[in-house]
Design a binder for this molecule. Structure first.
Ligand code: AMP
Length: 189
């Protein structure tokens, strides 16, 4: 059973590559960002709570996303394996995920970390912003997302490096080339 985390800075291509990974390896996919966007669109209690912070490029609270993740895992007990996109984004979230793995008898196969230089990331997100309709794909929010990433999310890399679970992936090239880089790593897990 494969349980994979796809990791990387904003705009690294996590969502794009996840589409291919989940198909090829028959994984149950969860994107906390997508779930939060759905909550915002439906104007649920959670959605209303996170709307402002997300549109400004900040992170939702660890408690809110932990609740989303646990609900999802608990309701997909028959999954063949999970693909986590955009979670964990803080060390606290990584610790919570560890506990959830223990509770639900899952084991982590690896963390695939997409590596892309910042100028390319900005370019990709501004391009995406033309059609994505995402409130956070504008230059001010993008800048803030990088600050959040550097301060809160990057330390997650050390957390998994210390567990020997971190696999860096060259994240520049065509979608197909990057997917091939990812598959080479997954085949070794
Ligand atoms: P994403 O679609 O993964 O780029 O996420 C979009 C936005 O949703 C992020 O910039 C955060 O504001 C919020 N978000 C998604 N996942 C998380 C998470 N694990 N923890 C906190 N905030 C999150």
């Amino acid at each position: 059973m494969l349980n994979i985390i796809i990791f990387g800075p904003p705009g690294a291509g996590k969502g794009t590559q996840s589409e291919f990974i989940k198909e090829k390896y028959n994984l149950t996919y969860i994107s906390t960002g997508q779930i939060l966007r759905n909550e915002m669109a439906a104007e649920t209690e959670i959605g209303l709570k996170v709307k402002e912070i997300i549109s400004q490029g900040g992170l939702a609270s660890d408690e809110i996303v932990a609740e989303i993740i646990e609900k999802f895992i608990a309701s997909h007990a028959d999954a063949n394996g999970f693909l986590f996109d955009g979670y964990p984004r803080t060390v606290k979230q990584a610790e919570i995920l560890d506990e959830l793995f223990r509770k639900y008898n899952l084991s982590l196969s690896g963390v695939l970390s997409l590596e892309v230089p910042e100028d390319i990331l900005v370019e990709r997100m501004l391009e995406r912003g033309k059609t994505s309709g995402r409130a956070d794909d504008n230059i001010d929010s993008i800048r803030h997302r990088f600050v959040e990433y550097d301060q809160k999310t990057k330390p997650v890399l050390d957390f998994y490096q210390n567990k020997n679970a971190l696999y860096p992936i060259h994240g520049v090239g065509t979608i197909e080339e990057i997917f091939n880089n990812i598959c080479e790593v997954i085949e070794r897990l």
